[in-house]
Design a protein around this ligand. Structure first.
Ligand SMILES: Cc1ncc(COP(=O)(O)O)c(C=O)c1O
Length: 369
């Protein structure tokens, strides 16, 4: 019997859908949230109050200790998810006249564009390299052509949603040169998937460039806390000073319950990554067996498959067979003809839905007579 699951895909501009296999939203379904922590917290802690608008000092210190050893408390604030961090950063660059430009990745996480619009920033797109063997995540030559004296921000996301590709050492050299040459430019690194990296690759740290940028993280992907809405931003003290009035007034305070849960996750040093490695291996096996050409993700929990035909049509056909995925065009022009699959799903669902997707891929390819 077709069991139905509702998926709210509003961020991708498509209607809510009822499907058996929901591979659309980027939710970390493979890691179970330890519910027992919640009862303990409510009983023991004095959480029924506003926490400081920049977040609990203990949580900020724990985050520094885990991810950013060379920084201190003035560099970090807790935010309403990574989305809240991005919102506050972009608002701080919103100037009267609306001449400020931001460079966004194509393909890229759809809310980037909306948030930039809300802050009246002029959007330009730079290309993510889609070839498996390219040395850099970013097409730096094409990005250079987009840059002008009005470009204040370049937003980078690694591991990248939707491609699963990583920012490399070579990207870091290129970014450094770009910042040297363009004194008005700042970077934003969205590293919400930083601990979900496969094989021998490593996440590239950018905290040494922080006088010229921001790093954004989250408990929504690497930890199963997406409902708690806890993220963070790190930057230099000067830029942080501009963010603080926005935190105070736009968000008031960040959820005290959410912060305590996040703290408990860090204190207990949970590692949730293993099931994601296994899930990626499952997808790899089914796609390889069915001879579906694909780029192998190096991080995150998505596959970005090129169907070489109208992705809205592909999504519709797959929906009719009970599989919900996201059309690549929702991520930008380079995503046309692609679909994004979230592989944070249990093994049996992945195997069954990937067989449907693989059959779908073959049915859309031209027949060689
Ligand atoms: C690249 C990227 N950044 C940010 C977010 C949002 O994170 P949060 O739930 O912490 O707001 C997502 C969620 O899918 C994402 O894929």
């Amino acid at each position: 019997m077709l069991q139905t699951i509702r998926a709210d895909t509003g961020a991708f501009g498509i209607e809510a859908i009822q499907k058996k296999y929901n591979l659309s939203l980027g939710e970390p379904h493979l890691s179970r949230f330890p519910l027992e922590l919640l009862a303990d917290l409510v009983r023991i802690k004095d959480v029924h109050r506003y926490y400081p608008s920049r977040g609990s000092e203990t949580l900020r210190l724990s985050l520094l200790n885990k991810y950013y050893h060379d920084l201190n408390l003035e560099n970090i604030s807790v935010t309403h998810g990574a989305i809240g961090a991005l919102d506050v950063i972009l608002r701080s660059h919103c100037e009267r006249g609306g001449d400020v430009e931001i460079l966004l990745p194509d393909p890229g996480f759809p809310p980037y564009e909306k948030l930039a619009e809300f802050s009246k920033l002029k959007i330009k797109k730079y290309k993510i390299n889609l070839a498996q063997n390219s040395e850099t995540l970013i097409d730096w030559q094409q990005l250079g052509q987009q840059l002008s004296s009005q470009t204040q921000l370049v937003l980078i996301n690694s591991p990248n949603n939707p491609t699963g590709r990583l920012f490399t050492e070579k990207d870091k050299l290129e970014l450094n040169q770009l910042l040297q040459k363009n004194s008005q430019l700042h970077f934003i690194m969205d590293e919400v998937y930083r601990e979900l990296i496969f094989g021998n690759a490593e996440h590239i740290e950018l905290s040494e460039f922080l006088d010229r940028g921001y790093i954004v993280g989250s408990f929504s992907k690497m930890y199963p806390l997406q409902g708690a809405r806890i993220g963070w931003v790190v930057t230099n003290p000067q830029s942080m000073k501009k963010l603080i009035p926005i935190f105070n007034n736009a968000y008031g305070a960040i959820s005290s319950f959410g912060q305590e849960l996040a703290q408990a996750m860090l204190d207990k040093d949970f590692d949730f990554s293993e099931p994601y490695h296994k899930a990626r291996a499952t997808v790899e096996k089914v796609l390889t067996k069915n001879q579906v050409p694909h780029m192998i993700p190096q991080g995150g929990f998505y596959y970005f498959l090129d169907f070489k035909t109208d992705d809205r049509l592909v999504v519709q056909k797959l929906q009719e067979q009970g599989v919900a995925v996201v059309p690549g065009s929702a991520f930008g022009a380079q995503g046309n003809n692609h679909i994004r699959i979230c592989f944070a799903q249990k093994k049996s669902d992945l195997e069954e839905s990937l067989e449907i997707i693989a059959n779908g891929w073959h049915s859309f390819q031209p027949v060689n007579l």
